[in-house]
Design a protein around this ligand. Structure first.
Ligand code: GLU
Length: 481
């Protein structure tokens, strides 16, 4: 059976980005679906911009999401090291560069930045796409030696065909064709000895035996260059699949100005890992069964490249929040309490026992879009008497409100320690005896007892607040109404 080997290759130049997460998720799902392998390779050759803390962030968030790779800097594996900086230190890229120069597929280029800028400007003036002029393509071995001996710095360029097309089958976009004449011979090793992105990627994909490259569409223009390199290294290129971009609601590229873009931002707001993954998988993919809320195992079973759309997918925060709310409501009370605890203001519920705190949190589950909303919704339980008085100061109570509140107060006096079920029965009893609809009964009771017109499931709220407090508040309202 063919070996399915996927990779994600983030550059640690920023926190784990939501677009990189989507590519990670798709590769992880493909690896799981095909019982293959997912490799994490850290592309940290850009010394100025790469930082260890960004690598830690990527790995931490992958762990939080349960998207751990099979091979990578932490797991190790047979094709390590898995950081390009370490691979570079081992001279791995140099070996391949030497091989390409020996085969006359790459050549030293002594052109200076100034010369190259002049070429670029001339192309601009002539309204032509810039293509490297090939000045160093035909240097004789003597020329080269002389320049090297004179200490002139040089890069290594890879020679592309001058004419014809690069054709390949993209597993999402179908057959694609690129005109070689429009592509420059490109740098594979910079004058400081470091490998360029296109070169390092191909060497690593060869060495790590990658079978499928699944990445964002922004890399599509690199693919012909990379295919040419695979071929020059006498290897079969992997299959390529380019994912549609994630777009902002105005169909522009998703960026910081549209809000949070890093996975950590979403985690800090209180999105659940499962909800974030379920939402992201639907950005560009759809279930053959038309399902939306899907457990991870179900997604793995159904997932495949064949149902990935070619067009960009719009990131819809409202839908993500809705989905997160659905996942929050699926949690049992202990799991919800555990998930919410890091978000809970420590002193807010300290007057309640741990058991009651758990009940309080569970009672507001329907109100939460994100776990970070918790303090807003549980604060109703923590109102001081002064805060309560202030909240109801402006309320005018109708005659029916007074009838309902009186009936409720009497019911409470007869039921000092009611359960939520008792309370539900009590409320239903008042609805029946007063013959006022549910709304006209529930609303004044809620406001009189909590000071707030909306919030937790009413029987939960009324069973958690101490009965004495409820009676005291009803008395306060009736005395002043
Ligand atoms: N290091 C590249 C990036 O972060 C990876 C590109 C690729 O997947 O080939 O965009």
């Amino acid at each position: 059976m063919a070996d399915f080997r996927y990779r994600i290759a983030p550059s640690p130049t920023g926190n784990f980005h939501i677009g990189t997460l989507r590519a990670t998720l798709f590769n992880w799902l493909l690896a799981r679906h095909h019982k293959g392998t997912l490799i994490l390779r850290i592309e940290d050759t850009d010394k100025a911009r790469s930082k260890p803390e960004f690598e830690h962030n990527i790995i931490d968030e992958m762990n939080w999401l349960g998207l751990t790779p099979d091979e990578g800097p932490i797991q190790g594996g047979p094709h390590g090291p898995y950081r390009q900086s370490e691979r570079m230190a081992l001279g791995l890229y140099t070996q391949y560069a030497v091989q390409l120069v020996a085969a006359k597929k790459a050549y030293p280029c002594f052109c200076t930045e100034t010369e190259l800028d002049q070429e670029r400007q001339a192309a601009e003036v002539a309204h032509k796409p810039y293509v490297y002029g090939g000045k160093c393509r035909h240097l004789t071995p003597e020329n080269i030696r002389a320049k090297q001996e004179a200490g002139i710095p040089h890069s290594l360029r890879f020679q592309l065909p001058d004419s014809g097309n690069c054709e390949f089958e993209d597993l999402i976009r179908g057959p694609l064709s690129f005109d070689w004449a429009l592509l420059s011979d490109f740098v594979i090793v910079r004058s400081d000895g470091s490998p360029s992105y296109n070169f390092a990627v191909v060497v690593d994909d060869v060495e790590m035996k990658i079978s499928h490259v699944v990445r964002g569409e922004d890399h599509i223009s690199n693919t012909p260059r990379q295919i040419a390199l695979f071929t020059a290294l006498n290897t079969t290129p992997p299959h390529f699949a380019h994912l549609p971009m994630i777009l902002a609601p105005d169909r522009s590229k998703l960026s910081k100005r549209h809000g949070a873009t890093s996975v950590s931002d979403y985690r800090k707001q209180g999105f659940l890992a499962e909800a974030l993954l379920n939402y992201l998988v639907l950005l560009g993919w759809s279930s053959p069964l038309g399902q939306e809320l899907m457990p991870r195992d179900e997604i793995i079973t159904q997932f495949g490249l064949d149902r990935i759309s070619k067009s960009g997918a719009i990131f819809d925060l409202v839908k993500l929040k809705w989905m997160n709310g659905q996942y929050i409501r699926k949690l049992e009370a202990p799991a919800l309490f555990e998930a919410v605890t890091p978000f809970l203001e420590p002193t807010l519920l300290s007057a309640f026992s741990p058991d009651l705190q758990q009940k309080i949190v569970f009672s507001v589950r329907d109100n939460l879009d994100v776990l970070g909303d918790i303090n807003t919704f549980v604060s109703v339980y923590a109102l001081t008497q002064d805060q309560y008085i202030e909240k109801i100061a402006q309320i005018t109570w109708s005659d029916t409100d007074k009838i309902v509140i009186t009936a409720w107060k009497d019911w409470l006096a007869a039921h000092p320690t009611p359960t939520p079920e008792d309370i539900q029965a009590g409320l239903d009893h008042i609805v029946t005896t007063t013959q006022l609809g549910k709304g006209k009964v529930f609303k004044p009771i809620r406001v009189a007892c909590s000071g707030i017109g909306n919030g937790p499931h009413l029987p939960d709220l009324l069973s958690i607040l101490p009965t004495a407090t409820l009676i005291e508040r009803c008395t306060y309202v009736l005395d002043r109404a």
